[in-house]
Write a protein that binds this ligand. Structure first.
Ligand code: ADP
Ligand code: MG
Length: 252
């Protein structure tokens, strides 16, 4: 199942994806035949108005949900045909998630939070000591070597998001998925977190980030705009907005 015979350098190959919510006369077509390819090492921002299907797309990309129809190949694995157990394994090994609300476990220290994905790694079994060492190294890499034993509520929002990024990286995923990673942060923390994503990108990470902030989107090398469940523009002009119309209202 986890056979990485990637034929090319596409990390994401999505073909004619649909996702229908609900049944009978109360159905919503959240994704309406969406196509998207992401190459290894790309930094992509996804924008689009509220209700356009961004979260639905991110959930499917992150193996949290399955499409109604269409194909999704993630790092050479045909994800659209996997069952829930297989999806969970792929999710753990291939995806690093960063959420707007950090999603750290409140009762665990930074180092314990970062260790968690290693515990669920079914491919490689690490000893407690190895997990601890790896988590410490990951936290040092995001500049939090002095906060190893702090709990989330003892850290600033920016620090919590850096813990979340360390956690996202711990299993060396094929791709980082970030949903509004700076949405809850002040300007300074937001700059720090984006700086971290930039340095990950320069060291080869593939990053897909949903945002409604044009100044955040323009920092990605590619801006994909989704509307009514399909891609309506896909640009690399660095403008940080949707090329079909643009403007701040459009970005929400
Ligand atoms: P976005 O993240 O761009 O705001 P979503 O992916 O959340 O958009 O939603 C796309 C469409 O699907 C919207 O019309 C939304 O109301 C609908 N939708 C999302 N999740 C569900 C759900 N669990 N059940 C029914 N409809 C949903
Ligand atoms: Mg959303």
């Amino acid at each position: 199942m986890l056979n990485d015979t990637t034929q090319n350098d596409l990390v994401i190959d999505i073909r004619h994806l649909t996702r229908v919510y609900g049944t009978d006369d109360a159905t919503v077509l959240a994704l309406a035949g969406l196509d998207l390819q992401v190459r290894r090492g790309e930094f992509v921002a996804i924008m689009g108005p509220s209700g356009s299907g961004k979260s639905t797309l991110l959930n499917i990309m992150g193996c949290l949900d399955r499409p109604t129809s269409g194909d999704y190949i993630l790092d050479g694995i045909t994800v659209s045909s996997l069952d829930r157990t297989e999806l969970a394994i792929v999710r753990n090994q291939k995806i690093g998630f960063v959420f707007q609300s950090y999603n750290l476990l409140p009762r665990l220290s930074a180092v314990k939070n970062v260790m968690l994905p290693l515990l669920y790694n079914t491919e490689v079994r690490f000893s407690d000591e190895e997990r601890h060492e790896k988590a410490v190294a990951a936290l040092e890499a995001v500049g939090l070597g002095s906060r190893l034993h702090h709990r989330p509520n003892e850290m600033s929002g920016g620090q919590q998001q850096r813990v979340a990024i360390a956690r996202a990286l711990i299993n060396e995923p094929a791709m980082i998925l970030a949903d509004e990673p700076t949405g809850n942060l002040d300007t300074k923390s937001s700059v720090e977190v984006m700086g971290l994503l930039h340095s990950l990108h320069s060291s080869g990470a593939t990053i897909v980030m949903v945002t409604h902030e044009p100044d955040i989107a323009m920092q990605a090398e590619r801006v994909v705009c989704v509307r009514d469940g399909t891609v309506v523009s896909d640009g690399r002009d660095g403008a940080g907005h949707c090329l079909d119309r643009g403007g701040p209202n459009d970005a929400r």
